[in-house]
Design a protein around this ligand. Structure first.
Ligand SMILES: [Zn+2]
Length: 93
């Protein structure tokens, strides 16, 4: 079985924090991206109970300049028990 893979970006926010986000659309004229946030487990109520590679979809979105994008990460959506997730990758259930 092939898991759905999502490519996320890693943004440096206006609050100077690094956060994961999914690009919903890009507006070329303004060089901005409308993004949906994903939270890392350690920033949620679960804190250290969360797996270090687990991300949680948030319902919040924002518009950011493309210049804030600092990298790309691979996220496996709904991985099953056989999915091998490398140390540099993440997953979301
Ligand atoms: Zn929105």
């Amino acid at each position: 079985m092939i898991n759905k893979i999502l490519v996320l970006v890693y943004l440096l926010t206006y609050h100077l924090q690094y956060r994961f986000a999914r690009i919903l659309y890009i507006v070329m004229e303004s060089q901005t991206a409308h993004v949906q946030w994903l939270n890392h487990g350690c920033n949620t109520i679960m804190e250290e109970l969360a797996h270090p590679q687990e991300l949680f979809l948030s319902h919040r979105c924002d518009t950011y300049s493309l210049h804030h994008v600092v990298g790309k990460v691979t996220v496996f959506m709904l991985p099953d028990a056989n999915t091998i997730i490398k140390l540099e990758d993440y997953f979301c259930k």
